[in-house]
Design a protein around this ligand. Structure first.
Ligand code: ARG
Length: 490
């Protein structure tokens, strides 16, 4: 690619070590699409005739089939297609070089015109944006599926109750649906974060050149449109060295991973004999080779672990970018693999998580029973006293005394007698017992976002509506993107 200036060949070990082709081979579709967009741009600038453009586009369309066929016929099943393509092309330094080499084999010297007015610096920036945009769309699709599965479980749980926890100590009873919808809220934010990142990154670097802008008067809108970007990027120095889109993507995934791992951790706990809230689906669990009785929560443990890996990719990228002078530096090449890793990791997780969630069978009886023991209605009881005019601090103290009596005599609050209760204050009346039933304890949380049964019922409907409208937003993004590159004619 630069033979003119150099007298000495590259040190072979350095040469092999600095190649990015072994991992950027997966950008082949993006590189071909971006090359076609560039070809259209330089044709419009008079560098290619109509016939040359047609031959170039046709050649570019044949790059993937020809590379794939060569790889399959030599490597058979021994290697993945990508690995075989890399093995067959040891001379290709990176994906950009490879596409040009292959195009030259297919259409001859005309291929050498493709690199007119462009630089690999803008190419890799463009390929990575295209990759991240697709990865965002795939993740958004997975999030929709997982949200639907959680909402469906919330419907199945109906009015079942469970203890909620603060400090991992039983706190107040909540509807199981309310707990599940807490995760739906997190996923709604993850969805909007990724969508937001997609919106900001959807600009086309092509035409930015190596650093200062293309050396030809290119109409950059042509490439932006051909690749379904909103517009060209506004500054060539930024465009060739910016990786914010990758950082934002991995950071959004890190946050999503964090939510996934909290869910995974709760289910892991719930499936223990100590909690007994959940029978893990057998098809998503494993046994122990040593202890015959075991059913292990491998899926939740593994995604808890993989979420750590997602955090790592965001940190890696930020560390690579920190202090990097403008504009392109080879360090940026190191930023590709963390992005691929993050995309693969989340795609693997979301390939199993919605089905796993759907297959969950909660032991709703055990959850209900756990919610009825341990004075989880104490706060509702104190609130009862406040309705009788007792200041909350005092009410807290009186109920605390009642709890103490219950603890000492092995009874719940509703098992104490009215006389005993009146020993703590004459505000206690017979209606106290109605105020501390499980239903009353739930329904007193009758605020927006609270666990009162009617509130949760409408929260389920709201969450369902939002998932439908988010799915429509995603579909509109995808349909705005897909047909373009395929249908634009020569
Ligand atoms: N493989 C390179 C990368 O991923 C492509 C850009 C190379 N540009 C350069 N000036 N050496 O970063």
């Amino acid at each position: 690619m630069w033979s003119g200036r150099f007298r000495e060949p590259l040190d072979p070990r350095f040469e092999a070590w600095q190649r990015s082709f072994p991992f950027d081979v997966r950008l082949l579709p993006q590189e071909v699409a971006a090359s076609k967009a560039h070809a259209r741009m330089i044709a419009a600038a008079g560098i290619l005739s109509d016939a040359e453009l047609a031959a170039m586009l046709d050649g570019l369309d044949r790059v993937i089939p020809s590379a794939t066929e060569a790889a399959r016929s030599t490597a058979g099943e021994a290697l993945s297609t990508d690995a075989a393509i890399v093995a067959l092309n040891p001379q290709a330094e990176d994906i950009h070089h490879f596409v040009e080499l292959t195009l030259t084999k297919l259409i001859g010297d005309l291929a050498l015109k493709l690199h007119t007015g462009r630089s690999r610096n803008e190419q890799i920036a463009t390929d990575m944006r295209l990759f991240v945009r697709d990865a965002i769309d795939e993740t958004l699709g997975g999030l929709i599926e997982w949200r639907k599965a959680l909402i469906e479980q919330a419907r199945v749980a109906d009015n079942s109750v469970m203890p909620s926890y603060t400090h991992l100590q039983r706190a107040e009873p909540v509807l199981v649906a309310h707990w599940l919808l807490a995760y739906v809220s997190m996923l709604e934010r993850d969805f909007s974060r990724l969508l937001d990142c997609r919106k900001r990154m959807n600009l086309c670097p092509l035409g930015s050149g190596a650093i200062a802008g293309a050396t030809l008067a290119l109409d950059r809108n042509i490439a932006a449109e051909a690749l379904s970007f909103e517009a060209p990027t506004p500054n060539s120095m930024d465009a060739t060295s910016d990786r914010d889109f990758a950082i934002e993507f991995t950071q959004a995934l890190a946050t999503l991973g964090l939510h996934i791992s909290r869910f995974a951790e709760e289910l892991t706990l719930h499936s223990t004999a100590e909690f007994g809230f959940l029978d893990l689906p057998e098809r998503f669990s494993t046994g122990s080779s040593a202890m015959p009785q075991k059913k292990n929560p491998d899926l939740t443990e593994l995604i808890r672990g993989k979420s750590g890996r997602l955090q790592g990719t965001a940190i890696t990228l930020a560390t690579i970018l920190k202090g990097l002078p403008l504009a392109y530096n080879k360090d940026l090449q190191e930023g590709q693999e963390p992005v691929f890793d993050a995309a693969d990791t989340i795609s693997g997780i979301l390939a199993v998580l919605p089905d796993f969630t759907q297959a969950l069978r909660f032991r709703l009886d055990a959850m209900n029973a756990a919610a009825q023991k341990g004075y989880l209605n104490a706060m509702a009881a104190a609130t009862y006293l406040t309705h009788k005019g007792v200041p909350f601090r005092k009410a807290h103290e009186k109920i605390g005394q009642a709890v103490r009596l219950g603890l000492e005599s092995g009874r719940e609050l509703n098992e104490l007698t009215l006389d005993e209760l009146r020993g703590f204050g004459d505000e206690f009346e017979a209606d106290f017992f109605d105020a501390v039933t499980l239903e009353a304890t739930l329904d007193c949380h009758d605020v927006i976002g609270g666990t009162a049964r009617s509130r949760v019922k409408s929260a389920i409907e709201d969450a369902s509506r939002r998932v439908v409208s988010d799915a429509a937003v995603l579909a509109s993004k995808k349909s705005a993107k897909l047909p373009v590159e395929r249908t634009v004619s020569v």
